[in-house]
Design a protein around this ligand. Sequence first.
Ligand code: SF4
Length: 353
Amino acid sequence: MEIWFSSGLLKWYKKNKRELPWRNETDAYKIWLSEIILQQTQVIQGTSYYLKFTINYPKIGQLANATEDEVLKMWQGLGYYSRARNLHATAKFIHKEHKGVFPANYNDIKALKGIGDYTAAAISSFAFNLPHAVVDGNVYRVLSRLFGIETPIDSSLGKKEFQQLATDLLDKKEPAQFNQAIMEFGSQYCKPNNPNCEACIFNSKCFAFKAQRVNQFPVKAKKTKISNRYLNYFVLIDKKNSVLINRRSENDIWKGLYEFYLIESDKEVSTQELLNNSKLKKTIGPKPNLLYSSKTYKHILSHQHLYAKFFVIKTNGLFAKSEKTILLNKLTELAFSRLIEKFLNDCKLKEIV
Ligand code: SF4
């Protein structure tokens, strides 16, 4: 089907592809690493993380034997931390259950934690040249524009329709090249904004271009619902410069990362009101010294807008032994969210305490 598309695309790719560290890689472990890192991450940012992981953990067994804290620390700044936790859990599973050998067929790959249709197709085709078509955001965009498909991409019907079309179009002799080519074309030419239609090799056939409706594709059914959260962080430091910390354990953002004492509210709350919080008062004891109040940091995640403030308080006493603490000068050894990292870079804690 549509031979003009796959032959044109492959020719375009051979001439225009970017050289990237994971390009032409056939080690399934490294391909998997690159795919997980690049989910919801720009290539430019993902590259340094890919290099860091492959240098520190060149084999899957080394990643499996690392601690979760080490993996999260290395992941720090990339966001969507469940990816890092799943990566680590899957490395352990393959190390133990598959003797460190990455599964070599689509179904076994897809059965792994943190791997969906797209990633299973990417690994199967790039590492083992199996004929499984990838469908990611780039592929939805290219196919919907080119063939004028208006079925919403976030509906189950749309998912099936696009997967079928991508499978029909796939060059079965060169699935790895074809899959990389269509994604590269989407990210370099058929971009979300200002696509390079004038120079596009498909413009004489492209439905959206000919109908001057390029920015109406792909179609989405739902609007993303955004919620607002207000995070009031208290950096509580005792007489011996121990800082009270908490490791996030709930099924929520940043699970497994560290944070400071937190009071979360559903609206903005005044500093005085926060300081009157009875649990906080009990923790900080009498005559605490408020050393610093930050500006409001706005941090945008895909479904949440976070508004965070930080207060640095020196207490007069010592924290109980049962509390989780770390010495101030060891704070940077912990994995924090990017939001807390930003605050730590701005505030220069050691200078104000
Ligand atoms: S003509 Fe424009 S919209 Fe159509 S495939 Fe090419 S880049 Fe995409």
